[in-house]
Design a protein around this ligand. Structure first.
Ligand SMILES: [Zn+2]
Ligand SMILES: [Zn+2]
Length: 166
């Protein structure tokens, strides 16, 4: 069946119209119909740490009793957790929706060890590489190296001048 609209939590949703695999078993019981369903739906979302798009799926199982009594349906109204058969019709969508919304990941991750974003500059740490950091005070050893480099340049410059003179 196509996924109904608005199946979402903050960072994840089942895309509307996405292909949902649904297996349903209906059993007649004295109060109505007992519905046992299993569904598998694709989920897209945003990584809770780095906001990269994520793609996964949810598998849910649900079991609901649909009571047959239209009069009681009117009584119970829409707020009721109880489900009712409407004549011969059985609306599976609310049961499916409730099960899926509970199963959607509240904090989806692009991968289990996602390092998230750099707190300093916001770059995605997985892209920036493990050496990425913001040590504002330069390491004294690097400062020494820079001095050495500059010294070598000066010497090279001097020898070039020497070469021209020769
Ligand atoms: Zn991520
Ligand atoms: Zn950074």
């Amino acid at each position: 069946m196509p996924a109904p609209a608005d199946l979402r939590v903050a960072l994840a949703c089942v895309p509307t119209g996405a292909d949902v695999k649904l297996t349903v078993l209906l059993e007649a019981v004295s109060e109505g119909v007992l519905v046992t369903g299993e569904a598998s739906a694709p989920v897209t979302g945003e990584c809770a740490r780095c906001l990269e798009p994520t793609a996964s799926s949810v598998d849910v199982a649900f079991r609901e009793l649909y009571e047959h009594d239209d009069a009681r349906y009117e009584e119970a109204g829409d707020d009721s957790d109880r489900r009712f058969l409407r004549g011969d019709l059985l609306d599976l969508e609310p049961a499916f929706r409730d099960a899926v919304v509970l199963a959607l990941p509240l904090a989806p991750l692009c991968r289990p060890d996602c390092a998230g974003l750099c707190a300093e500059c916001g770059v995605r740490l997985a892209d920036a590489g493990p050496g990425h950091d913001h040590d504002s005070a330069p390491d004294p050893r690097w400062a020494r190296l820079r001095e050495l480099d500059m010294g070598r340049e000066r010497r090279n410059g001097a020898s070039a001048v020497d070469g021209q003179e020769a």
